[in-house]
Write a protein that binds this ligand. Structure first.
Ligand SMILES: O=C(O)CCC(=O)C(=O)O
Ligand SMILES: [Fe+2]
Length: 472
């Protein structure tokens, strides 16, 4: 299944994914602990997914980071405008710079379109029916295949963001993600991901102060399964007020009489630069969550539109949060496998309170569960894959990753700096010496393919794999 000495290609990665699903279903049917090979194989899949994505199209627009200019004239009204989602949001006075409350984001803001972030089969609602209404809070009736596919997609987003913005992977965690369903003719039920037929102009970081990077992945295609429903970046008109006036006058020429609502929409359009994105299956938009990226979803005119928004934070998780968990950060492959089972894959009934606790723990441990053990410290995602933390500088603040539960709340205080425990290293297949020049295979480890039961070998740094030892 794995090619000798090569990275996994798309087909091999998908086969590996389905063998993992089989192994999970088997463990559950037999009421056994999850085999440690499952998370190991998942690590390879995540790594391969990100590498494969690097060769696909990406359209990047660099933009100036913006934040509310509240100092000095911080009136109550202005402060409300900073928080509230409504049309007046676009009139909020802004200044240059990032806000990123409580987090350590990079200096650059941008918007990125990936037309083929995921393949059609990966987003298929026939294969993964529960993707239509996915939430981590209710997994009892969700198949292992869909849960694993959702995690796989979100982990691809996380790695892509870390790479795009030059962030240590350990410092970037999902705070919130779910499937969002839009149905033409319905009105928004409650806030957040409730069903509705549009989303009003907003800034993700204004909705939740700890959202620093956002992604929306689309599961179906405009003009095939629905009409309307553009995702639109909404910017101040670069050409200025004079042009806005000219545009408005132009729009009145030969126009039929309009309702008040239409008049307001027309006036807004004339005053703003609108950049619509037309959703297609598997496309994703990734952007910094600040005021430089105000956006909205235009009303659906027919059909049903499915999207998966995800919001990431660079706020550190307070160390105390791990101490309150039954088992804190996983330290062995067995503990990682246990977390996968108990936080995601065990199909059980639970009270809403229990599920909130479980999801909170899941999001806080996300990096530890989705990243090979030796990379649990700071790791950058480079062109060649994950780079381990610099071993020569052990006294650095551990970049404790962050996550908060589902609800809005104050950003957690940064964790105090402390020396991290030495990163656990996978069992070397041959030789004991830590000097890689003395042992060219010091980074190699072995694992068992859950589908065939055969042992394979992999380089924990480059991701190379081999069925034979030594690798060819
Ligand atoms: O569905 C979309 O295109 C965007 C959703 C969005 O902006 C959000 O959930 O914050
Ligand atoms: Fe949004």
């Amino acid at each position: 299944m794995l090619e000798d000495g090569h990275r996994m290609d798309e087909e091999t990665t998908d086969r590996a994914f389905w063998s993992v699903v089989q192994a999970v279903d088997k463990a559950e049917a037999e009421d056994k602990p999850l085999p440690v090979e499952v998370p190991r194989m998942l690590h390879h899949i995540f790594e391969a997914d990100h590498q494969l994505l690097r060769s696909r199209d990406q359209v990047r627009t660099n933009i100036t980071c913006m934040q509310p200019a509240l100092e000095g004239a911080a009136s109550f009204g202005q402060a409300l405008g900073y928080i509230m989602d409504d049309i007046s949001h676009q009139d909020l006075k802004l200044k240059e710079g990032r806000k990123c409350e409580g987090g350590t984001c990079c200096e650059a803001c941008s918007r990125n379109v990936f037309p083929t972030f995921a393949s059609g089969p990966e987003c298929s609602l026939a294969t993964f029916p529960e993707l239509a209404s996915f939430t981590f809070n209710e997994l009892e009736k969700t198949s292992a295949a869909t849960i694993l596919q959702f995690v796989r997609l979100i982990e691809r987003v996380r790695r892509t963001m870390a790479y795009e913005y030059g962030l240590d992977l350990a410092t970037l965690l999902p705070l919130q993600t779910y499937s969002r369903k839009y149905v033409a003719g319905t009105t928004q039920q409650g806030g957040g991901g409730g069903e509705g037929d549009y989303v009003i102009l907003h800034t993700d970081e204004a909705t939740h102060a700890s959202y620093h990077y956002s992604c929306v992945l689309y599961l179906n295609t405009q003009n095939e399964e629905f009409t309307g429903g553009n995702f639109v970046f909404n910017d101040p008109l670069a050409a200025g007020e004079k042009e806005a006036k000219r545009r408005l006058e132009e729009s009145y020429k030969n126009a039929p009489p309009m309702s008040l609502e239409e008049e307001i929409a027309r006036a807004r359009k004339a005053r703003r630069d609108l950049t619509p994105f037309h959703p297609t299956t598997g496309a994703a938009v990734i952007f910094s969550s600040g005021w430089e990226n105000m956006h909205e979803v235009e009303k659906l005119t027919s059909g049903t539109r499915y999207a998966v928004p995800s919001f990431f934070t660079t706020c550190p998780v307070p160390e105390g949060a791990y101490a309150q968990m039954a088992v804190g950060k996983p330290k062995t492959d067995e503990e990682i496998a246990d977390d996968w089972l108990h936080l995601l894959l065990a199909h059980r009934q639970e009270s809403p309170q229990e599920s909130v606790g479980r999801v909170k723990e899941l999001l806080m441990k996300w990096h530890y569960m989705t990243t090979p053990l030796r990379h649990h410290q700071a790791a950058r995602v480079s062109q060649d894959g994950l780079e381990a933390a610099e071993p020569a500088s052990p006294v650095v603040a551990e970049p404790a990753p962050a996550a908060q539960a589902v609800d809005a709340g104050p950003a957690p205080a940064p964790a105090p700096a402390q020396a991290p425990a030495p990163a656990p290293v996978p069992t070397a297949v041959q030789g004991d010496t830590p000097n890689p020049t003395a042992n060219p295979y010091a980074n190699w480890a072995s694992a068992v393919d859950p589908a065939s039961g055969n042992t394979y070998y992999y380089d924990t740094v480059t991701g190379e794999t081999s069925w034979t030892w030594p690798p060819e």
